[in-house]
Design a protein around this ligand. Structure first.
Ligand SMILES: Nc1ncnc2c1ncn2[C@@H]1O[C@H](COP(=O)(O)OP(=O)(O)O)[C@@H](O)[C@H]1O
Ligand SMILES: Cc1ncc(COP(=O)(O)O)c(N)n1
Length: 260
């Protein structure tokens, strides 16, 4: 059985973060492990509090996981602050972890800050260079490239700018586009578009977490990035289409729709 580690924040309402990741890994028939970076008190309507885990305790979690059950792939989500980024960087290097999918989580769908502003530089200079693939959504890609993105052409320009400082693959997710939800993979100077119909479903809490974890599972299975993204995009479309309608706000996906 392949083993996948998620390094991310906890979402007590189960739709995003560690909880979404563990469900995703499990339905991919893989063994899920987690290093929790922060507890969030949140639900489908918003985030009411964040409690960050100390870097010392993150170090302990990383050591206990990696010295015992070595992960085949790693997904990284919410990191909260600079000290957490520093320790995660050290541990990724110490254990020579591979197949790293980095979702540069900055703000939740509901509008709460999940990464301190003064940590963005550390994310860009320390962690992004270690990633096999990064998966920014449009607001996160705007932060990385420095200009607004409204169209597919601007997504492509953004990927080209981000690629000037980063040699890994870049997946800019199009969930925030008006007319479609096409995702762009920029790999070694070439653009690959992943086009699936836009599902008319306002319940998109945890889509980014779920997509990046599905990609990590596909890399753990030995798939190349292009195939891994294609399979993950198809999984997320199905999970949205299954139309689980829970909560009073932007609800969660049905991670288990393929088991039905
Ligand atoms: N309404 C939708 N229909 C189909 N796919 C969607 C929809 N909304 C988001 N997605 C897909 O979900 C994944 C996550 O995208 P996005 O919502 O942009 O990320 P984030 O959750 O990080 O903001 C992407 O593959 C995107 O194309
Ligand atoms: C712990 C945690 N991690 C990540 C997200 C982002 O997910 P989304 O963009 O779907 O709100 C979140 N809301 N909570």
């Amino acid at each position: 059985m392949k083993k996948v580690l998620t390094i991310a924040g906890s979402d007590c309402s189960g739709g995003a973060g560690i909880q979404a990741d563990i469900k995703t890994i499990t339905v991919h028939n893989m063994y899920a492990m987690s290093v929790i970076t922060a507890l969030t008190a949140q639900n489908t309507t918003g985030v009411s509090g964040v409690m960050e885990v100390t870097p010392e305790f993150i170090e302990k979690q990383m050591d206990m996981v990696c010295s015992d059950i070595y992960p085949d792939a790693v997904k990284i989500g919410m990191l909260a602050n600079k000290d957490i980024i520093d320790i995660v960087e050290d541990k990724l290097k110490q254990y020579e972890l591979k197949n790293i999918v980095l979702d540069p989580v900055m703000i939740s769908t509901s509008g709460s800050k999940l990464l301190q502003d003064n940590a963005i530089d550390a994310l860009i200079t320390k962690l992004i260079p270690l990633a096999t693939v990064i998966t920014p959504n449009i607001p996160e890609a705007e932060c990385l490239c420095g200009f607004p993105i409204r169209t597919k052409e601007e997504m492509q320009k953004a990927a080209e700018v981000i690629a000037r400082h980063y040699s890994g693959s870049i997946l800019i997710k199009g969930g925030h586009l008006e007319e479609c939800s096409d995702d762009l993979l920029y790999e070694e100077g070439a653009c690959h578009w992943y086009q699936q119909y836009k599902v008319s479903n306002p319940n998109t809490h945890g889509t980014g977490c779920t997509l990046s974890t599905a990609i990590a599972c596909n890399l753990a299975a030995g798939r190349c990035i292009r195939d891994g993204v294609a399979a993950a995009k198809s999984y997320i479309t199905g999970a949205l289409e299954a139309n689980l309608n829970l909560g009073k706000g932007s609800g969660p996906l049905n991670h288990c729709y393929r088991l039905a």
